[in-house]
Write a protein that binds this ligand. Structure first.
Ligand code: FE
Length: 216
């Protein structure tokens, strides 16, 4: 049997009930099993039989970003990437304060760990409609940014370190309209600082979008 030339849905890195009660098993089942899966299925339907088939997810994003006739493909590819990054930003063993050097960087950037939590909450509150809140490294400095819909910081030359999905499907069943409560609980109980450290150590994060973003 030929190897698939399409994109596969990455496995969830923990059980569906592992994030409860902060994010319920019901929310994860719907969010991963329906929303995330649908982005992957839509993407595969759109690239099947085209010149994009056989390319990696990151290549597909780079090849379709800023192409007006490929917006639907880019949006589904970016949402596929963003959701995988979101699941890996959370851990049932996460939460709490960062340690060591990372703690120093968070404190010097945001004034304190609480200042970091407030910056994240403010970004979540002020994102009008669907989107994402991110901890990124931009020109060597930590910062919190928000993006709308499927937009991602790498297209701006920023290195993503962690993200929280603020589309309503991420929290509505558990928090109704209380987006900030959801985001702050996720930071307090689930944010995986080990994942942040891995991304800080990663060299390839900017490779595909970096050149274009800096030329813009
Ligand atoms: Fe989502």
């Amino acid at each position: 049997m030929a190897m698939s030339r399409l994109i596969s849905l990455p496995a969830l890195p923990y059980a569906e009930d592992a994030l409860a009660p902060v994010v319920s098993a019901r929310t994860v089942a719907l969010h991963y099993g329906k929303h995330h899966r649908t982005y992957v299925e839509n993407l595969n339907r759109l690239i099947d039989g085209t010149e994009l088939e056989g390319h990696s997810l990151e290549e597909i994003m780079a090849m379709t970003a800023d192409h007006a006739d490929k917006t639907e493909i880019f949006n589904n590819a970016a949402q596929t990437w963003n959701h995988d990054f979101y699941w890996r930003s959370l851990s049932p063993h996460g939460g709490g304060r960062p340690q060591g050097e990372l703690a120093d960087r968070v404190e010097s950037t945001f004034g304190s760990y609480d200042g970091f939590r407030k910056a994240f909450a403010k970004a979540a509150q002020s994102q009008f409609g669907s989107g994402w809140v991110w901890l990124v490294e931009d020109s060597g400095a930590l910062t919190v940014v928000k993006t709308g819909n499927a937009e991602l910081p790498r297209a701006r030359g920023q290195r993503p370190l962690a993200t929280v999905d603020v589309w309503e499907h991420a929290y509505y069943l558990d928090y109704y309209n209380r987006r900030v409560d959801y985001v702050d609980s996720v930071l307090e109980k689930l944010l995986d600082w080990t994942f942040v450290l891995e991304n800080l150590a990663e060299d390839k994060n900017l490779s595909l979008f970096g050149e274009k973003a800096h030329a813009a």
